[in-house]
Design a protein around this ligand. Structure first.
Ligand code: FMN
Ligand code: SF4
Length: 518
């Protein structure tokens, strides 16, 4: 058997030099006259070890990383094609602590299989969920998804089964499944990783959603900054169509389902589901007032399911192993697993899929290994640019929707961004207001005007102008934005602002006092 070498081709690994490593390995193979197959797999998500090259040996896979092109000659000299020792040797990938500690349900195949091989997908359990779903009535599929406890991974945590039931129960000559792959939150990359590393799982999840709700057409709305994900998804859809997974007769059944990949133009607000629908319809992305819910009147006025990539990609494992299996993981009303994306100033950046319930401290200190700079952690922003900053004092908070809400925070899309003690939280609060001002769709006043006034008022605090009065004004403004905004962009911007003020009051003291305190 010719040796197999796995070199990730996903954006994260490419950004860290995987292409150069792949070229160096290919030319070394040619020079040495060795025949081998290079597979461009997805990443397993341990980005601090990328480019992570794996070889399939008689004793299973052996990983090496982070590999530099300059390592390649010595890797061959060390016999890496048979798992030989080298300074980059990591051993069996599933024994690497960062990977061994995970519970991989949604990401089970990511980094393991060839993303565009349907055979490889099936070999690792792919299409089992769809096959099972085809044997059930739509109502039974919806009941299974509801029973699993799956909640939307895009941010709001709304129960997926209930959303699907609304669409199933709404009549329409046409219904749609829209996958939200806008992934605009800071520090998040789970959607991108799955689209690049295991695209068929998303296709399978969307097809199950279609069968369950009576929708025959799906759209994936991908942000323009993800060209590799768009390319992989387009190829995967083509392959799925040719294989009869998509089309007039899904896997030979009486159900029809097909899908298209659409590219957004890059606006944070177009991740909001109704603005996304406007954008998908070819209009400027503006938030729509609800009701009507998209489930009743969504894309082109038809009943529409809008779900995040990870929500949909989690459905196949639920339909394969059953609701009870999935529900068994997690805590409270947060069931199953969540792909936590650890980013920012952190030693071990990457994606860590685990059952809900780990504390923030475990994630940052034990899994993330603390800051990359080696300085103390000052704050962690959880849930994207609209998420609260958590100080070390709140590190005992378990990763659970309700537990975070109880501490005035949110899980969002499960991205966490770590900051060390050099971070200036006044600047971070100002940034949140500025971000809102730039990204606001402009439809409602608290967000459109409030965010600009917020920047100005924080600037006055920084300049030492009537700090107490201006702090009270920011607090008042945050209340107006929180309760008066139409969508969560204006409504949640107060979270990073108020958490900065509440947990890091010293950073909001007038400049002369701050200098004196330092
Ligand atoms: C300003 C804003 C941006 C959002 N961006 C995203 C996004 O990039 N991806 C996403 O899945 N959901 C995003 N959401 C949440 C969506 O509106 C919606 O709740 C989600 O797509 C529903 O899918 P889910 O139930 O599977 O989470 C955003 C919401 C707001 C208010
Ligand atoms: S809160 Fe902001 S983004 Fe949302 S509808 Fe209002 S103006 Fe638009």
């Amino acid at each position: 058997m010719i040796p197999r070498i796995y070199i990730p081709g996903d954006s994260g690994a490419l950004a860290l030099g995987a292409e150069k490593v792949a070229k160096a390995i290919a030319s070394e193979l040619a020079e040495r006259g060795i025949e081998a197959k290079i597979v461009r797999n997805g990443s397993r998500g341990a980005y601090f070890l990328e480019p992570m090259v794996e070889v399939a040996t008689a004793n299973g896979r052996v990983a090496y990383g982070p590999v530099k092109p300059s390592d390649v000659k010595s890797l061959f000299d060390s016999g890496f094609l048979t798992g030989g020792h080298h300074k980059r040797w990591l051993g069996a990938p599933d024994k690497i602590p960062f990977l061994a500690k995970q519970t991989r349900l949604t990401f089970a195949r990511c980094g393991v299989t060839d993303p565009l091989s349907l055979e490889s997908y099936k070999k690792y359990g792919g299409l089992n969920g769809l096959t099972n779903a085809l044997g059930l009535t739509p109502a039974a599929i919806v009941a299974e998804v509801t029973e699993s406890g799956l909640r939307g991974r895009g941010g709001a945590g709304f129960p997926t089964g209930i959303k699907w039931k609304t669409v199933l129960d709404t009549s329409g000559d046409r219904k749609y499944i829209v996958c939200n792959a806008d992934e605009g939150d800071s520090g998040t990359f789970a959607d991108r990783m799955i689209m690049e590393g295991d695209p068929f799982v998303l296709i399978e999840g969307m097809t199950i959603a279609g069968i369950a709700t009576g929708a025959t057409k799906g759209f994936v709305y991908v942000r323009s900054e993800y060209p590799h994900a768009v390319a992989v998804m387009n190829k995967a859809v083509e392959i799925a169509r040719k294989a009869g997974v998509l089309g007039a007769s899904v896997l030979g059944s009486a159900y029809a389902f097909d899908m298209e990949i659409r590219v957004g133009a890059g606006a944070y607000v177009c991740g909001e589901e109704t603005a996304l629908l406007d954008s998908l319809e070819g209009k400027r992305g503006m938030v729509r007032a609800k009701p009507p819910l998209p489930a009743h009147k969504g894309l082109f006025g038809k009943p529409t399911v809008i779900n995040n990539v990870i929500s949909l990609a989690s459905v196949p494992v639920i339909m394969d192993k059953g609701a009870a299996f999935y529900k068994d993981f997690g805590m409270g009303r947060s069931r199953g697993t969540i792909p936590i994306q650890i980013a920012g100033n952190v030693k071990h950046a990457g994606l860590f899929e685990a059952a809900f319930g780990m504390t923030l401290g475990e994630i940052v200190d034990e899994i993330g290994g603390g800051t990359a700079t080696g300085r103390p952690v000052k704050a962690v922003q959880v849930g994207g640019p609209l998420g609260a900053y958590f100080p070390r004092a709140l590190f005992d908070t378990p990763f659970d929707y309700e537990a975070f809400a109880a501490k005035d925070g949110l899980i969002g899309h499960a991205g966490i961004v770590v900051f060390d003690d050099t971070a200036d939280m006044l600047k971070q609060a100002r940034f949140a207001m500025e971000f809102c001002a730039i990204e606001s769709c402009g439809k409602c006043t608290p967000c459109r005007i409030g965010s600009t006034r917020g920047v100005e008022t924080i600037d006055r605090i920084a300049a030492g102008i009537e700090p107490e009065k201006n702090l009270a004004l920011v607090t008042d403004l945050c209340n107006t934005m929180k309760f008066g905004s139409l969508c969560a962009l204006g409504g949640f911007t107060p979270y990073p602002v108020m958490s900065s003020i509440t947990h890091f009051p010293d950073d909001f003291k007038p400049a002369p006092v701050r200098v004196a305190a330092e």
